[in-house]
Design a protein around this ligand. Structure first.
Ligand code: ATP
Ligand code: MN
Ligand code: MN
Length: 396
């Protein structure tokens, strides 16, 4: 039992990149409520409000103990009036009535279902809702034209919305590694995103590809994609070429988090694990021989159709591939490791506190009017005057 007067008052630095945020969270009920309100704001296309809730949640994630009273939060950064009201509600009643009613609202549910389709953002979802479309069934029945990404997203909806495990991420890592070294020996593949931060599940798997000799990575992505396609590993892919060199909008372009690397947004076809497969009979009672998982990994349509009512021997997984020249690798690695809020805060820190512009390509010092080179993430933190934060502590 903690007396308010005895309860410790927390202290947290202003920027998430000055803090160490592990996956251990002592205030999950509070941060879940704030994250839900952030998600809702983002779904409503109100990013400013979304960031405010994300920042508030991140401050609570960094606390060493559960919050027991509002007084402990006095003086903490990023806790606005609205967030404090939500926190107070949770502390007094055990849950946030605003988060709960949002979760149950038809609009939130519809926005979430529709944006769950790969290739569908909040604006498209809102437009469909205005036209009476709230569910996948209604969307399919409406006859609305979908672009190629959305068609794939609808077709593989369940897979894309099922969390990816670390084991599945590693299995995909091996495939990507094989593809990359087959088309360019010596090229290197690094797992980035949430899995690099130590998360056990993710919404996708992110990889950064480079080659130790500058320039050798040029044109690599189309070759990797062709290899993957020829082996039947891709259900969908869209490759965007590198547009960094020809862009005219300034050194590091801090205003946007979109970078311009050669990249590929894809949906992989991942064979279900062999262990499960071997438990199933090789031969069915009607004498039809089942394909083994290894054979099916080549992506041919499963020989047995859905009429068999067997679970699919493969699942769909979202995968992001990015190719970076070695000279920009450290920046790309830092930029693609996340979390999204941690990245945003790094750029805010660079701009406001250091008069520098940070992107996934470079760090530009606006006072010295020059680029600051770096070959490791540690060097970038040092340039920024920040203590190094390892990936596992960037879970803001
Ligand atoms: P999850 O487990 O949900 O995938 P995550 O942290 O891996 O979590 P992602 O959306 O995969 O989230 O993003 C990983 C990193 O890649 C983030 O740091 C994000 O800033 C960066 N990123 C994502 N999309 C882009 C983009 N279009 N341009 C530049 N960077 C991006
Ligand atoms: Mn990811
Ligand atoms: Mn991603």
């Amino acid at each position: 039992q903690i007396n308010e007067a005895e309860a410790m008052v927390f202290s947290v630095p202003n920027y998430a990149c000055q803090r160490r945020t592990t996956l251990e969270n002592h205030n999950a009920v509070l941060t879940d409520a704030l994250s839900l309100l952030a998600e809702n704001a983002e779904l409503e296309d109100e990013d400013g409000r979304g960031v405010a809730f994300r920042r508030a949640a991140a401050v609570l994630k960094a606390l060493p103990k559960p919050v027991t009273s509002l007084t402990q939060l006095r003086g903490l950064p990023c806790l606005g009036e609205h967030s404090l009201r939500v926190i107070q509600d949770v502390l007094e009643t055990g849950s946030s009535s605003e988060a709960e009613s949002t979760k149950q609202s038809e609009r939130f549910k519809a926005l979430k279902v529709l944006t769950g389709i790969f290739g569908v953002g909040p604006k498209t979802a809102a437009w469909w809702i205005r036209h009476g479309i709230n569910t996948l069934h209604q969307l399919r029945a409406s006859g609305h034209t979908l672009n190629r990404a959305q068609q794939a997203g609808l077709e593989h909806y369940d897979g894309v919305n099922r969390p990816v495990t670390k084991a599945e991420a590693d299995a995909i890592g091996e495939i990507v590694e094989t593809a990359v070294t087959s088309v360019l020996p010596g090229a290197q593949v690094t797992l980035t995103g949430g899995f690099r931060r130590g998360k056990l599940t993710g919404h996708d798997v992110d990889f950064l590809i480079t080659h130790p000799e500058e320039g050798r990575e040029e044109g690599l992505m189309p070759k990797v994609v062709s290899w993957l396609e020829s082996q039947g590993f891709l259900l969908y892919q869209k490759t965007t070429r590198n547009s960094y060199l020809e862009s005219k909008d300034g050194p590091a372009r801090p205003a946007s988090n979109m970078d311009r690397f050669e990249r590929c947004f894809s949906i992989f076809k991942l064979a279900e694990d062999e262990r499960r497969e071997t438990k199933q009979p090789e031969t069915r009672t009607d004498g039809v021989t089942r394909l083994r998982a290894s054979e099916d990994a080549c992506g041919r349509q499963p020989a047995l159709s859905q009429a068999d009512e067997e679970p699919k021997p493969w699942r769909a997984v979202r995968v992001d591939l990015v190719v970076s020249p070695i000279s920009q690798f450290a920046f790309a690695l830092l930029g693609w490791t996340g979390s999204k809020l941690f990245e945003r805060e790094l750029r805010r820190w660079a701009g406001y506190e250091k008069t520098m512009s940070l992107s996934s390509h470079a760090l530009y010092d606006n006072k010295q009017s020059r680029y600051l080179k770096a070959t490791s993430e540690e060097e970038i933190f040092a340039h920024l005057g920040l203590e190094y934060v390892p990936p596992s502590e960037r879970n803001a």
